[in-house]
Design a protein around this ligand. Structure first.
Ligand SMILES: O=C(O)CCC(=O)C(=O)O
Ligand SMILES: [Fe+2]
Length: 347
C-alpha cells in the first residue's frame, strides 16, 4: 500500500494513496486470515494480521477468520437453540414479533424482509437480539437508537443462555477485528476501543428453507445487499449458500470453511474510511436440499459516536465524500429503508 503525506493548514496529514480506484483486478476468491495473533503478545504478528486485513478490506471487502477464539461449544449450542426456536409453531414465534420492538429485537417471519428492493421478499426467518439492556438503562430510557431490551420466547429452555454467551464471545472477537482494522489503517491499535464500550452489536439467527425446487428468481434466501454496520461476523452451518459480487459482476461462492467465520466490511466502515474499505454486495441462496442456518453479527460502535471520515483516509485530492453522522442515526435510516413495517409501506 502506498502511504503519502500532504502538508495541510493543520500540519502534515497522511493518507492512503493505493487501493481506492476501481482499477484493481476483480477478486476470484476470499482470503483466509489467521486471527490467532490478535490474542497473542507479538506486535509484529499482529501487524501482519493488520496488513492481511487491509488487503482483504480494500480489495475484496470479505475475509475468512480462522482462530477467531469463539469456542465451538458456544457455536454448537447456538445453532441447536436456533433449530429449536424455528421449529416452534408460528404463533409462538409471532408472539415476539420485531414489530413489537422499536429496536428490531425479536422474530421476523419468512418474507418479512426484502433486502433487495427488486425482489419479492427474502426466503428466511430470523430472530434478532443485541445488547440486553434493562428498561431503566439511561440510554434506553432516553430513547437512544439501538439500545433496548431484547424479546425472548416464552417457555423455550436453553435459548437465552447460549445466544447470550454467543453474543458475548462474538463481541470479544469483534473487538479484535476492530484492533486489526486500526492496524490496517495505521492508527493506534486501541483507536476504536473507546468507541465500542456500548456497541450496537446486533445479532441474528437465521433459518433459510431449502429452495432447490423454487422457480421464483426474485425470491431468494437473502437478496443482494451490502450490510449497514462497521462489519459483519458471519457464522454459517455447513450448507453453502453465500455469494459475493466482484467488480466484474460475477457472483463468487463463499462456501463454509469449518472453524472459520466470514467477516465483511459494512457500509458504515466504508463511509468512515472514505470507501478505502469496500462494502461488498452479497446474497444467499439455499439450494442444498436441506434447511440452512446462519448467525450474522453486525458489529458497530456506540450509538452516539460520530462517524466522520478518518483523517488518514482523506486528503486535498481525495476529500471526504461523506458528512458526519452519528452511528445511531445512520443505522436507523438503513433499517427504515429495509423493513416495511417501520415506514408503514406494507408493499
Ligand atoms: O446467511 C448468510 O450467509 C448471509 C446473511 C447476510 O448477508 C445478512 O444477514 O446480512
Ligand atoms: Fe449481509
Amino acid at each position: 500500500m502506498g502511504e503519502s503525506t500532504v502538508m495541510t493548514g493543520n500540519g502534515p496529514r497522511a493518507f492512503f494513496s493505493g487501493g481506492l480506484e476501481a482499477s484493481q483486478p476483480a477478486f476470484d476468491s476470499i482470503p483466509v486470515i489467521d486471527f490467532g495473533p490478535m490474542r497473542g503478545d507479538d506486535p509484529a504478528a499482529r501487524n501482519a494480521v493488520g496488513e492481511a486485513v487491509r488487503n482483504a478490506c480494500t480489495q475484496v471487502g470479505f475475509f475468512y477468520a480462522r482462530n477467531h477464539g469463539v469456542p465451538q461449544a458456544i457455536i454448537d449450542a447456538t445453532f441447536d437453540a436456533a433449530h429449536r426456536f424455528f421449529d416452534l409453531p408460528l404463533d409462538r414465534k409471532q408472539a415476539i414479533s420485531v414489530e413489537k420492538s422499536d429496536a428490531m429485537r425479536g422474530y421476523t417471519p419468512l418474507l418479512g424482509e426484502n433486502t433487495d428492493p427488486e425482489n419479492k421478499g427474502d426466503l428466511h426467518e430470523g430472530f434478532d437480539l443485541a445488547l440486553d439492556l434493562p428498561a431503566d438503562d439511561p440510554d434506553v430510557a432516553a430513547g437512544v437508537f439501538g439500545y433496548a431490551p431484547n424479546q425472548w420466547p416464552d417457555g423455550l429452555d436453553d435459548f437465552r443462555e447460549p445466544l447470550t454467551a454467543y453474543h458475548g464471545a462474538a463481541r470479544a472477537f469483534g473487538e479484535r477485528v476492530f484492533r486489526a482494522f486500526a492496524l490496517a489503517l495505521e492508527l493506534p491499535e486501541d483507536f476504536f476501543l473507546p468507541k465500542i464500550t456500548k456497541p450496537m452489536a446486533h445479532m441474528r439467527v437465521l433459518h433459510y428453507p431449502d429452495q432447490s425446487t423454487a422457480t421464483e428468481e426474485k425470491q431468494i434466501g437473502i437478496g443482494a445487499h451490502s450490510d449497514y454496520e462497521c462489519f459483519t461476523i458471519l457464522c454459517t452451518d455447513d450448507k453453502p449458500a453465500l455469494q459475493v459480487l466482484n467488480s466484474a459482476g460475477e457472483w463468487i461462492q463463499a462456501p463454509p470453511i469449518p472453524g472459520a467465520f466470514i467477516v465483511n466490511v459494512g457500509d458504515m466502515m466504508a463511509r468512515w474510511t472514505n470507501d478505502y474499505f469496500q462494502s461488498t454486495l452479497h446474497r444467499a441462496i439455499n439450494q442444498t436440499g436441506k434447511r440452512r442456518y446462519s448467525i450474522p453479527f453486525f458489529f458497530g460502535v456506540n450509538s452516539r459516536e460520530t462517524i466522520e471520515v478518518l483523517p488518514s483516509c482523506q486528503s486535498q485530492e481525495r476529500p471526504a465524500k461523506y458528512a458526519p453522522i452519528t452511528a445511531g442515526d445512520y443505522i436507523r435510516s438503513r433499517f427504515d429503508d429495509t423493513y416495511a413495517h417501520r415506514t408503514g409501506d406494507e408493499a
